[in-house]
Ligand binder design. Structure first.
Ligand code: SF4
Length: 349
């Protein structure tokens, strides 16, 4: 069954045209879904009963099933949600002083193979649809009864490997008659697919770009992130430079500090050298251990020294606050555990 959340407003108008329905009906439905946050067609009481019936036979509507939910003392909530086809995805709500931010998953599994990532341990099974991303936002809003003000597409998956659906997703949640989440409050994080960064630059959309860099040079990045063999750091920098020139927007570099791998002062200096001249800032991220890989979190002192060195070199740098420390496990681990359980029970049969 199709999901009613798959459509941007323009696409919904087209879709309704094909159903023989007027344009304003599509607008009404769009507003019911995102302004009024209704969870069923029955509640759309300015549509005829016939139309409501017809829509409910064609489109899936309503929140996803919450399989598990872990609530941290700091307000972070980690959800494991079930998709229509039975697959599981994670989505994480973080509470900040500036609002509530949701970390959205874009693919079922991921093929990018970053060595430090639990999500990447499970290969991509398929892309999520725009509607499945929209529904992560709706499901969490429904569950918490609170508005989500910020969205980061930073959960499982490489968003630019599912480019069109992610762009539709951004358009739906950003639309003034949709959830109206400001484009500047939406961030897409890529491990560095250069051809898509160029495309994103010309979308004419004001949402943000974050680059998962995680290394100060090609040698280390090659080890950590296989994508670097396809798009080495020089090429990546060029794409980012073009993006900044075209959009006039600031880019974030995400950098996970891994003990003894990329956390030395000379690495901070190489990183500063790489970034210098770009309108950008660095977001340092404390690593959450994933057992399978043997990487470890850098010591507190090392993290501070790394940050100080970047500051000394006049870089804009922030250290990401750790969210949900008490419920932790790295991103993707809930799902990895669930899929592991399924495999185990499958083998037991
Ligand atoms: S870090 Fe992101 S891109 Fe890399 S394997 Fe994990 S989910 Fe995929």
């Amino acid at each position: 069954m199709k999901s009613i959340y798959d459509y941007t407003q323009e696409q919904m108008i087209e879709e309704f045209k094909e159903l023989g329905e007027k344009k304003f009906r599509a607008t009404q439905v769009f507003e019911w879904l995102y302004r009024q946050n209704v969870q069923s067609f029955e509640q759309m009481n300015n549509l005829s009963l016939d139309l409501r019936e017809k829509l409910s036979q064609i489109y899936q509507i309503g929140p996803m099933k919450i399989e598990t939910k872990q609530v941290s003392q700091d307000g972070t909530i980690k959800y494991l949600l079930q998709l229509e086809d039975g697959g599981f995805i994670e989505t994480v709500l973080m509470v900040h002083d500036y609002g509530r931010s949701l970390c959205v998953t874009s693919q079922l599994g991921c093929n990018m193979g970053c060595r430090f990532c639990a999500s990447g341990l499970l290969k991509k099974q398929r892309n999520l649809t725009a509607g499945e991303m929209v529904n992560q936002v709706l499901t969490v809003m429904q569950d918490t009864q609170e508005r989500i003000s910020h969205v980061v597409v930073m959960g499982t998956g490489e968003p630019f490997d599912n480019y069109d659906a992610v762009m539709d997703f951004v358009r739906i949640i950003n639309h003034p008659k949709g959830l109206a989440i400001g484009a500047r409050h939406i961030t897409i994080s890529t491990c560095g697919l250069c051809h898509q960064i160029e495309r994103y630059a010309s979308e004419g959309i004001q949402s943000n770009l974050a680059i998962s860099l995680h290394a100060p040079n090609n040698e280390i990045r090659d080890q950590l992130m296989p994508i670097n063999k396809r798009y080495p750091m020089e090429q990546l920098r060029q794409s980012i430079e073009n993006y900044i020139q075209q959009t006039n927007r600031r880019v974030t570099f995400e950098y996970i500090l891994l003990k003894g791998v990329n956390d030395e002062l000379k690495h901070a200096r190489q990183l500063a050298h790489y970034i210098r001249g770009l309108n950008a800032y660095v977001n340092l991220i404390p690593y959450n251990a994933v057992d399978e890989h043997g990487y470890q979190q850098s010591d507190k002192g090392t993290v501070e020294a790394f940050k100080s060195e970047l500051l000394r070199l006049k870089m804009n740098v922030t250290l990401r606050k750790e969210h949900g420390r008490d419920i932790d496990g790295a991103c993707g681990q809930l799902r990895a555990m669930k899929v592991g359980e399924q495999h185990a029970s499958h083998h037991e049969k």
